[in-house]
Ligand binder design. Structure first.
Ligand code: PLP
Length: 411
C-alpha cells in the first residue's frame, strides 16, 4: 500500500517549522531519522508517570517501569522475529553492539584466526575488529566491490575460506547496496563461520527476520528508525550468547558478587551492566509500534519507488554533472543516494542546499576505506525515509541547478 506521506509528516513536530523562510526538506535520515509525536509522548509520559529504575525497587513505580522496559524488549523481539527476549540486548547504539561482539566474541578466537570484512563497512564495523587484531594475532581479510558498488561475491567466497567470523553490513550507508546476506550466511554455514550483520541502515527500512537472514548476530540503532538516540540493539542467537563472556562489569549483569569473584546474570541482563537507557528503550518500543502501523513492507516499497524516481530525475536533469554511486537498480539498494557534483566539493554543495533548507550529509560518512576504494574524499548523501516524497526530490534537483549555476558548470 502506498504511504500517506502527508499524514505521516504531520506526526513529526520538527516539520512544523520553516528554515530560512522555507519548509524543511530533511534528506539526512541515514544519519538519524526524525521522531514522531508518538515516540516523544511515550518518553514524556514515562518520565511524568512511572519513572523509576528497573529490576530493583519492589514498589509500584519500579514494577511499572520494569514492565514497560521489558515490554519494549518484547516488541524488538517480534519486530526482528527473534526466538526469545533473551536474544535482545539493549545497548547504547549499534557501535556499542559491535564493540561488545569484538570484545566478547573476539575473546573466543585464537591467535592466527581470521575475520572477513568488506570495503564498504562503516568504521563501527571496522575499528572494533582492528582493536581486537591489535590485542590478538588476528588476520583481517577484505572483500572489494565491483563498479556498481556490489560485493565481489567470487572473491568473498575465496576469502571466506576458513574465517571464524564474517562481519558485513546488510546495507551500505554510502552506496545503498543491499548485500546478499542469505547467500553469505549459507556460505558461512558450510564452514562453521559466524555471521555478524551491521543492520543499522537495513532494519529501519525493510522487514527484518533474523531467522530468514540466518545471521548469528545483528546490530542496529534506534535513532535511525524514528526512535531516540542512546538506544541500540544487539541480537544474538541464544546458544551463542550463553557461551560468551560479558563485555562490561557492574550491577545488573551479576547474580552474586563476593570478594572472591562474581556469578554472571542470565541473558539478556548479563550484557546490560548498570542502569540501562530506560526511557530510550520505551521510546524505541513506541517507534516500533509506529513503524508496524505503517507496515515495513509498505515502507520498503515506498523507498524503492522514491529511489527510482530520484535516480531517474537526477540523471535526466544533471546527467553531465552528477556521478551517483551504488547499484543502478532501485530494488537492489536502499533510499540513500551518494553523489559527486562536477568537481565541486561535497561540503560546498551541501552548503548551497542548506540555504534552500535541504539537509543532506557531506563527507566520508565514516567509511574511509570505501572512499579510498572509490578514489574520492567525500560525497554528498541524500537519504530518504517515510516522511519524504517526490516533491522533495524535485526540490533537491532544483537546488542542484542553482549549485550548477553558482559554480558556473556547463549544463
Ligand atoms: C552502516 C552503519 N553502521 C554503523 C553505524 C553506527 O551507528 P551508531 O552511530 O548509531 O552507533 C552507522 C551510522 O551511521 C551506519 O550507517
Amino acid at each position: 500500500m502506498p504511504l500517506d506521506v502527508k499524514k505521516i509528516k504531520a506526526d513529526f513536530p520538527i516539520f512544523c517549522q520553516e528554515i530560512n523562510g522555507k519548509p524543511l526538506t530533511y534528506l539526512d535520515s541515514g544519519a538519524t531519522s526524525q521522531k514522531p509525536r508518538q515516540v516523544i509522548e511515550a518518553m514524556n509520559s514515562f518520565y511524568e508517570t512511572i519513572n523509576a529504575n528497573v529490576h530493583r525497587g519492589a514498589h509500584y513505580l519500579g514494577e511499572r517501569t520494569t514492565k514497560a522496559f521489558e515490554d519494549a524488549r518484547e516488541k524488538v523481539k517480534k519486530f526482528i522475529n527473534a526466538n526469545s527476549p533473551k536474544e535482545i540486548i539493549f545497548t547504547k547504539n549499534a557501535t556499542e553492539g559491535l564493540n561488545l561482539l569484538a570484545h566478547s566474541l573476539g575473546s573466543t578466537l585464537k591467535d592466527g584466526d581470521a575475520i572477513l570484512l568488506t570495503h564498504m563497512e562503516h568504521h563501527a564495523n571496522i575499528v572494533p575488529w582492528q582493536l581486537l587484531a591489535e590485542r590478538k594475532n588476528i588476520e583481517l581479510r577484505w572483500v572489494s566491490l565491483d563498479e556498481e558498488g556490489k560485493l565481489n561475491m567470487e572473491e568473498l567466497e575465496k576469502l571466506a575460506d576458513g574465517v571464524k567470523i564474517i562481519a558485513v553490513s546488510a546495507m551500505s550507508n554510502v552506496l545503498g547496496t543491499i548485500n546478499p546476506v542469505k547467500e553469505i550466511a549459507k556460505l558461512a554455514r558450510n564452514q562453521d563461520s559466524l555471521v555478524v550483520l551491521d543492520a543499522c541502515q537495513f532494519v529501519p527500512h525493510s522487514p527484518t527476520d533474523v531467522k530468514e537472514l540466518d545471521c548469528d548476530f545483528l546490530v542496529f540503532s534506534g535513532h535511525k528508525m524514528c526512535g531516540p538516540t542512546g538506544i541500540g540493539v544487539l541480537y544474538g542467537k541464544q546458544e551463542l550468547l550463553e557461551k560468551l563472556p560479558p563485555f562490561m562489569g557492574g550491577g545488573e549483569m551479576i547474580i552474586n558478587v563476593t570478594t572472591e569473584g562474581f556469578i554472571t546474570n542470565e541473558l539478556p541482563w548479563k550484557f546490560e551492566p548498570g542502569t540501562p537507557p530506560i526511557a530510550e528503550a520505551i521510546g524505541l518500543g513506541a517507534a516500533i509500534d509506529y513503524l508496524d502501523d505503517i507496515g515495513m513492507e509498505n515502507i520498503r516499497e515506498h523507498e524503492i519507488s522514491l529511489t527510482a524516481y530520484a535516480l531517474r530525475l537526477l540523471t535526466e536533469k544533471h546527467g553531465d554533472q552528477i556521478k551517483i554511486y551504488g547499484p543502478s537498480e532501485p530494488a537492489e539498494r536502499g533510499g540513500l543516494i551518494s553523489f559527486k557534483y562536477g568537481d565541486i566539493h561535497a561540503h560546498d554543495v551541501s552548503q548551497v542546499l542548506d540555504e534552500h533548507a535541504i539537509s543532506v550529509r557531506a563527507g566520508h560518512h565514516c567509511a574511509k576505506p570505501l572512499m579510498q576504494e572509490l578514489g574520492i574524499g567525500a560525497t554528498v548523501r541524500a537519504s530518504t525515509y517515510i516522511y519524504n516524497d517526490e516533491t522533495e526530490i524535485d526540490q533537491l534537483s532544483i537546488a542542484l541547478e542553482e549549485v550548477r549555476d553558482f559554480f558556473k558548470l556547463n549544463k
